[in-house]
Design a protein. Structure first.
Length: 145
């Protein structure tokens, strides 16, 4: 029997925004998902960069996107280098391609199901975890479709 990862005992690291990631974290605090999009070629990208990774334009804006997507890749963590995550081992660390932001890959954890439920192609949706008064972290659950 596979059990759920115990995230209740995990103290997640607090993000340290920079000038490019601050709009992402500001939106996440409001439980809104935004992705950086190049206004020249239309490509979405994540994490945010100072230039478009596709055409090198600097004309980038953050646009709201829906938080549904597909597991693009995953790994099961049986060991962790960061002791703060020991209580959750084993857990699924996933990479998600959002439907509304093709090409932008977002990392997160798969919550509320056994880690063995992580499979490439499974549908997921964003779930929010408040870290403190300043930061809310986007994570993922299996989509209810």
């Amino acid at each position: 029997m596979t059990t759920l990862s115990d995230w209740s005992k995990v103290t997640r690291p607090i993000p340290v925004p920079n000038e490019w990631t601050k709009p992402f974290w500001d939106a996440a605090k409001q439980q809104k998902l935004v992705m950086q999009r190049c206004q020249s070629c239309g490509q979405f990208q994540h994490p945010p960069y100072p230039t478009c990774t596709h055409c090198v334009s600097v004309d980038l804006k953050f646009e709201p996107v829906q938080g549904k997507g597909t597991i693009y890749a995953y790994t099961i963590m049986y060991h962790t280098g960061d002791k703060r995550f020991v209580a959750a081992v084993p857990y699924a660390s996933i990479i998600v391609e959002l439907d509304a932001a093709p090409g932008a890959l977002m990392a997160g954890n798969l919550l509320d199901v056994p880690y063995t439920e992580a499979k490439v192609g499974r549908r997921v949706e964003v779930a929010w975890q408040k870290l403190n008064d300043d930061f809310t972290l986007p994570l993922f659950r299996l989509a209810k479709e």
